[in-house]
Design a protein around this ligand. Sequence first.
Ligand code: HEM
Length: 421
Amino acid sequence: MTEMLGEHDLDDMFDIDGDAERNGGGVVDDPYPIWAELLKQGPVHKGGIGGLTGRENDRGTMYIEGAVHYSVLGFAGVSEVFTRKEDFDSGHYQDMGTFTDTILAMDGSGHRRYRDLIQEHFQPAQASGWWRENVISGLVEELVGRFDGKDAVDLNSQLFARLPMQTVTAGFGLSAQEGLDFRKGLLAAMNHLTPPQEKMEQMQAATEILENVIRERQTEPRDDVISRLVKAEMKEEDGTTRLLTVSEVASFCKLIVFAGGGTTWKQLGITTFGLLNNPEQLEAVRADRSLLAKAILEGARWYPNDPVFARKAMRDTELQGTKIPKGAIIHLCLGAANRDPARWENPEKFDLFRPVQRSLAFAAGAHSCLGQHVAREEMLGAINALLDRYPNMRWDPSMPPAKLSGGLISRGPGPLHVLLN
Ligand code: HEM
């Protein structure tokens, strides 16, 4: 039986508006109409996405003090920035001081060599094989099983917030409590309100949790990702190979436990929100489960949980007709790009029947999301289990209506109150 998380702390850690405050930008009602208007005026604008969205004081949105900022909103422009690796790199992560020692902040052959080491554990076959069989199915069974005997639940806090965090935690071989303590420390270290000294201490404490588990697995390996990483052979530029150090393994874990636990919960809620608000689409999925994969892709296009990322210009260059100076920070508005009317008809509508076209929810190019297939398996597992057990599941009319909320870089649902029977 997989270890379950306790009740404490979860509400606070998986609160979408709390996320917005922690990121430093605060809650934003609905940025999409403003982004659509900006895109109508042009694909590239001078200024950070915070200021352009009418939030001049928003310093949380991947804003780098002292840098010139540009924002890209069209599908073609955002795709270009992700893939023109000779012009744009991930140097902004170094400037932001977050995840500086992880693959997210690396570029070129260093990024490739490190990513190659971990990628094999996240391929589609691994996601629908090892991850689903050893981790996801059991967790879904237990979490949805807790609904037995209940008529009404909040899907967000009781299922969606828990499953992704527990999936990465268990997949990496951390105990549920270690995973929770790690995430708490990391969130405190990244909170813009935490004083600098405390940030360092929190990051150190979070890293220590990981390093202790890594040392244990070096002597007593198990069937988990950390045990595989401690045995993985890193190929250096000169062709020699070596094992990863404890702190290199910890860097992988830090990023993945954070990225895996902090994203899919929102996307699970967004897809479910889209389906429950469109009963004819929900009915179609109930009748033909092969449509669920399309609904998941459409949810990620329509409302990507993290709608803004960034890159740094490595040289003076040009983007979609706009000159960009070396050193500029480019805000990539995936949310706007995923609703570019040049690519999608009625882009603001959640419609799983639209022709499938790749969106940018999982980025593109060298840094495209490593965990996207695992995320997909989690979403398929959880929503299928709900539809199997509760064919009559619907919004609970006695509770406040569900809504999508958050800040500019992290969005998703608050409570999702449903009647099960
Ligand atoms: C629906 C859920 C998810 C979404 C929408 C998402 C989205 C993204 C995006 C947009 C990026 C690109 C970041 C950049 O280039 O700056 C990214 C990178 C990444 N994601 Fe995800 N992600 C999700 C789930 C996951 C999961 C479940 C994991 C791990 C289990 C994960 C691990 C990663 C990692 C490690 C990277 C960095 C890849 C690299 O730099 O080469 N993600 N993700």
